[in-house]
Design a binder for this molecule. Structure first.
Ligand SMILES: *[C@@H]1O[C@H](CO)[C@@H](O)[C@H](O)[C@H]1NC(C)=O
Ligand SMILES: *[C@@H]1O[C@H](CO)[C@@H](O)[C@H](O)[C@H]1NC(C)=O
Ligand SMILES: *[C@@H]1O[C@H](CO)[C@@H](O)[C@H](O)[C@H]1NC(C)=O
Ligand SMILES: *[C@@H]1O[C@H](CO)[C@@H](O)[C@H](O)[C@H]1NC(C)=O
Ligand SMILES: *[C@@H]1O[C@H](CO)[C@@H](O)[C@H](O)[C@H]1NC(C)=O
Ligand SMILES: *[C@@H]1O[C@H](CO)[C@@H](O)[C@H](O)[C@H]1NC(C)=O
Ligand SMILES: *[C@@H]1O[C@H](CO)[C@@H](O)[C@H](O)[C@H]1NC(C)=O
Ligand SMILES: *[C@@H]1O[C@H](CO)[C@@H](O)[C@H](O)[C@H]1NC(C)=O
Length: 457
């Protein structure tokens, strides 16, 4: 879904902190806010992400904690091996369980093996010719599909034609086994997250509340990037509107109670979509960013920023390539470049930054959003820095009053996108959304289609 919460210089600090015990009455900023599972901060972060999927049936804690023991700081191959081992083992267990007719066991195992195939792939994107980028993903999708088919109400995949040269893969999870019009949450992840992981992260909690959950991916996101060779693009409304058109044709979606949620960089994409797509009752941005470009621009430091501003593509690409291929640099530095180029379908860091810069939030994006907006911020989320706060200020500057929630480190909810505290995230976001849905008065009767704009505020 995301990238590490620790900005580059914090790596050394954390390594020091790990080798000590935390004494009383110290400056808490010296110590890690959550227990790190690797000395490499990026590995610790992604391990935490995988561990957190346990809260929604996407992993088991013992499996992730065991994999963590096999991972050598900085070694991308060790990360691959540790998770590939679990992917294959748990996949075999799933197949055996299915053969034995044990559907629940098989479903649970297929969900987990799918996660572990995705985890094995996570750090491999630096070498675009590595066939594992595709083979692992195919395995992850296949196992996820096996799991979907074994659910009580199976999640169903659809490909929605966008009319803009790409299709949008969607998974529809029905809350109820009938055709009753039901409140629905449509959601996407961010810079590196899949729609499959979204089910474990927020989907199960949404379904428990009796609402449909619909996940999707657009260009730049993992499956679209692989199957259609398309990188991120700024016109996210062209991704979302075809999906909403399709939802409107279904009998089981209450089009008056349809919300759009985005996680991390998805928290930038969702408001962008909602600036032109007005059929939502609410928009939620969880640790979203006004501008991921601004965060990276600052994190890479003035020399690299200056080189980018000079417009010398050749020189910029050479310098970034030297960082990307230097195995003695922290995993985060290398991975963020690997992933950026991968997700923007380029081998040029300059093209990546140029594309990323156009995906931001500005007054003209926020202003047309005339429905309640939720902005979440993790206290310790250094990867989005003060971006959620900037988003709030931006919204206020155009006369809006977004609901803003600060998730606390002391409660274990301060991580990026509340990793590991999914119940707190769901409590805050979905209880708020329940209030928004209850406030909806208009009924979307035939003949009123197209009048969505007057429904609220
Ligand atoms: C450090 O955090 C703990 C709880 O998380 C708190 O009780 C303590 O007062 C904090 N210490 C300082 C110096 O802020
Ligand atoms: C990239 O992957 C290909 C295919 O596995 C391999 O032949 C090549 O050596 C790799 N390149 C680098 C720089 O590791
Ligand atoms: C969606 O498109 C992909 C890529 O062409 C294909 O592999 C997949 O089977 C399609 N899924 C559905 C549900 O049609
Ligand atoms: C993505 O990159 C590949 C390889 O450079 C290229 O063939 C393809 O056309 C690109 N896709 C788009 C949509 O530009
Ligand atoms: C761009 O940078 C390269 C390498 O540093 C240098 O050789 C070249 O002259 C620069 N081009 C311009 C237009 O400044
Ligand atoms: C790789 O990074 C290390 C640590 O910053 C640095 O000392 C070394 O010179 C770099 N190597 C190359 C080839 O740039
Ligand atoms: C924000 O994105 C728009 C295009 O989407 C671009 O024109 C503008 O320069 C970007 N603003 C900043 C500050 O990067
Ligand atoms: C529901 O409407 C009431 C009355 O207008 C308002 O005070 C409240 O904030 C709304 N609730 C939400 C969650 O938007």
């Amino acid at each position: 879904m995301i990238f590490s919460k620790y900005l580059l210089p914090l790596g050394a600090l954390l390594t020091t902190a790990l080798s000590q015990t935390v004494p009383q009455n110290v400056d808490n900023s010296t110590y890690p806010p959550i227990f790190p599972l690797n000395k490499d901060t990026e590995f610790a972060f992604v391990l935490e992400e995988m561990l957190a999927l346990s809260n929604g049936g996407g992993a088991n804690t013992g499996e992730v904690l065991r994999a963590a023991t096999r991972i050598i700081p900085g070694s991308f191959e060790s990360f691959y091996s540790a998770f590939f081992f679990f992917a294959e083992k748990i996949h075999s267990q799933a197949v055996s369980a299915l053969k034995g007719g044990f559907k629940v066991s098989a479903r649970d195992a297929f969900f987990r093996s799918s996660t572990y195939y995705r985890a094995a792939d996570f750090f491999l994107h630096g070498n675009i010719t590595d066939p594992r980028i595709y083979s692992l993903w195919d395995s992850a999708l296949a196992d996820f599909d096996s799991a979907l088919s074994l659910m009580d109400i199976p999640g169903v995949r659809f490909n929605i034609t966008s009319g803009h040269g790409f299709t949008v893969p969607v998974i529809f999870y029905k809350a109820k086994d009938c055709n009753e019009k039901t409140p629905t949450v449509l959601a996407c992840s961010g810079y590196d997250g899949s729609q499959e992981e979204m089910y474990h992260q927020i989907g199960t909690k949404i379904l428990e509340r009796g609402w449909n959950f619909v996940s999707y991916e657009g260009p730049g996101q993992p499956t679209v990037r692989r199957q259609q060779n398309i990188g991120f693009r700024p016109d996210w409304w062209d991704v979302v509107t075809p999906v909403v058109d399709w939802l409107a044709t279904r009998g089981d979606v209450d089009m008056d109670r349809l919300a759009l949620e985005g996680i991390s960089f998805g928290g930038t994409l969702a408001p962008r979509a909602a600036s032109r797509e007005h059929r939502f009752a609410a928009v939620l941005s969880v640790d979203g960013l006004d501008s991921l470009f601004d965060v990276l621009y600052a994190a890479f430091g003035p020399q690299i920023a200056g080189l980018f501003d000079s417009g010398n593509k050749t020189a910029f690409d050479v310098v970034m390539k030297s960082l990307q291929t230097n195995s003695s640099l922290p995993a985060q530095t290398r991975w963020i470049i690997d992933q950026g180029e991968f997700a923007f379908n380029t081998t040029s860091a300059f093209e990546w930054w140029t594309g990323l810069k156009t995906i931001n939030l500005t007054k003209d994006i926020i202003e047309p959003i005339n429905v309640p907006i939720f902005i979440g911020k993790g206290q310790d989320d250094a990867s989005t820095d003060d971006q959620p706060e900037l988003m709030r200020k931006l919204a206020e500057s155009v006369g809006k009053t977004p609901t803003y929630h600060f998730f606390e480190t002391d409660l274990g909810a301060g991580e990026h996108c509340q990793l590991g505290a999914e119940s707190q995230l769901a409590m805050v976001t979905m209880d708020w959304l329940d209030g928004v849905f209850k406030n909806v008065t208009g009924k979307n009767k035939a003949g009123e289609i197209g009048q969505h704009h007057w429904r609220r505020m």
